[in-house]
Design a protein around this ligand. Structure first.
Ligand code: NDP
Length: 449
């Protein structure tokens, strides 16, 4: 059987075995199709059926999460944890609270996480979790009761050496705090079972900043390869949550100009550029008041609010999708190309639809895939785990320096793997291949398990 036939067979089986899980199918297809030259070179992967094993999670946990709102009404949500692959280390990956969460979305995120974590150079397996709970417009006590109920079940499946969750969409410092408190109460242990913790109780400096900063460091590496830099570049950023905020902060620090932010209701276009004062307004708006980005346009002069729109029609040099999956369509990519955009760095997970990725490659855009470009978050989570194990804390500068080194190393691995397999400049293929080979070789070492 040729490599192509083998890959197609596995893809067909994934679609048959996981009906309706379209995001998971999309993520698997994207990875497997880029592995053809590797599978061609390494027949032992076919022999040991690595592909068929790697697309099957080691464990999927689904559970009921009952909770009461402030009026005493009982609600039931569904909780998930997908422990996808532990070849390189304990399962590691965030928890997402969003009404759209279902098994297919958590599996796509967990699958991506395997290769992302492999690229970080740290000993981390891949996993992901979440719930269809919507923290928007809920009171703090409601969010606390939900988190406590969620952790009451999850705690029996995780542990500092087994599975270490973190935040993701809808899960920030508040939610991690409530979940950590409940874990500690039930297990009577103070361990590094979650990352993204508060600084007073085991968190790492730079963890909140890490995904956004990392995405900009990755963009900087891509630009450096063309003797260019972020300085003076006009950038559009989507989202206005954790990743978006720190993406903006780092771009400003490096001398770029950010002209947009968004949320699920619309986009703000600020031609004058977002400065530190405006960014502080966004941080307060989103983290403390849980408000809508529209308020930014009401607060600052000269800002346009584009109701129901994404920012990709705004003229820019660099685009940083930092909200959610499939937020850049092929038509959006056309628009970006038409406006002479140079670069896309994926702060979010799988934000670019497959057709749009092809369009970006065809136009020779620098394209940083999420697995690589947003790996800074999990990398600093890995550093948080190291600090917890040592019962020590590194300084801000130390962690930031390590983050920069890791982003450089990830970029180098992607470039080298793409070149080795004859796909120069294709960092999508490079990331998939470099991430995959390490995991596949470890699976061979561990035998048929
Ligand atoms: P947050 O919850 O802090 O922010 C999410 C932002 O995206 C909000 O502005 C939200 O708007 C917007 N958004 C969410 N869903 C949609 C949607 N369906 N359509 C349009 N906008 C949407 O999450 P993060 O910033 O942590 O995560 C953003 C992305 O980055 C996700 O893809 C996540 O998986 C990825 N990521 C995050 C990491 C981390 O460390 N936090 C690490 C690696 C990747 P609204 O408020 O209206 O919902």
């Amino acid at each position: 059987m040729t490599a192509k036939e083998h890959i197609n067979k596995v893809l067909e089986q994934v679609i048959k075995r996981n009906p309706g899980e379209i995001e998971f199918h999309q993520a698997v297809k994207e990875v497997l199709e880029s592995l053809e030259p590797v599978i061609n070179n390494r027949p032992e992967y076919i022999e040991a059926n690595i592909l068929e094993r790697i697309v099957e999670p080691e464990r999927v946990i689904i559970f009921r999460v009952p909770w009461q709102d402030d009026r005493g009404k009982v609600h039931v949500n569904r909780g998930f944890r997908v422990q996808f692959n532990s070849s390189l280390g304990p399962y590691k990956g965030g928890i997402r609270f969003h009404p759209s969460v279902n098994q297919g979305i958590i599996k796509f995120l967990g699958f991506e996480q395997i290769f992302k974590n492999s690229l970080t150079t740290l000993p981390l397996g891949g996993g992901k979790g979440g719930s269809d709970f919507d923290p928007k417009y809920k009171s703090d006590p409601e969010v606390m009761r939900f988190c406590q109920s969620f952790m009451t079940e999850l705690q029996r499946h995780i542990g500092a050496d087994t599975d270490v969750p973190a935040g993701d969409i809808g899960v920030g410092a508040r939610e991690v705090g409530y979940m950590y408190g409940q874990y500690k109460r039930l297990r009577n242990e103070f361990t590094g079972v979650l990352t993204g913790k508060g600084l007073n109780w085991g968190g790492s400096l730079i963890r909140p900043e890490a995904t956004g900063y990392g995405s900009v460091y990755f963009a900087q590496e891509m630009l450096t390869s063309r003797n260019d830099s972020i300085e003076g570049k006009t950038c559009v950023v989507s989202g206005s949550g954790n990743v978006a905020q720190y993406t903006v902060e780092k771009i400003i620090q490096l001398g770029g100009r950010v002209v947009s932010l968004s949320d699920s209701a619309g986009t703000v276009y600020d031609p004058a550029g977002i400065d530190e004062e405006k960014l502080n307004f966004v941080k307060e708006l989103k983290r403390i008041r849980y408000g809508r980005i529209k308020e930014y346009a009401e607060k600052f002069k000269g800002v346009e609010y584009l109701e129901g729109q994404r920012p990709w029609g705004i003229k820019c040099d660099c685009a940083f999708p930092s909200a959610t999956q499939n937020e850049i369509s092929q038509a959006d990519a056309e628009e970006l190309c038409k406006n002479n955009c140079l670069l896309i760095s994926e702060g979010a997970n799988m934000p670019t639809e497959p057709g749009a990725v092809h369009r970006a490659h065809a136009a020779c855009l620098l394209f940083g895939p999420g697995k690589a470009a947003n790996a800074g978050g999990v990398a600093v989570s890995g550093l948080e785990m190291s600090q917890n194990s040592m019962r020590m804390r590194w300084s801000r500068e130390e962690v930031d320096q390590k983050l920069q080194q890791i982003m450089k190393a990830i970029h180098k691995q992607c470039v080298e793997a793409a070149e080795e397999y004859g796909m120069k400049d294709n960092l999508v293929a490079g990331a998939n291949i470099a991430g995959f080979v390490k995991v596949a070789d470890s699976m061979l070492d561990h035998g048929v398990i």
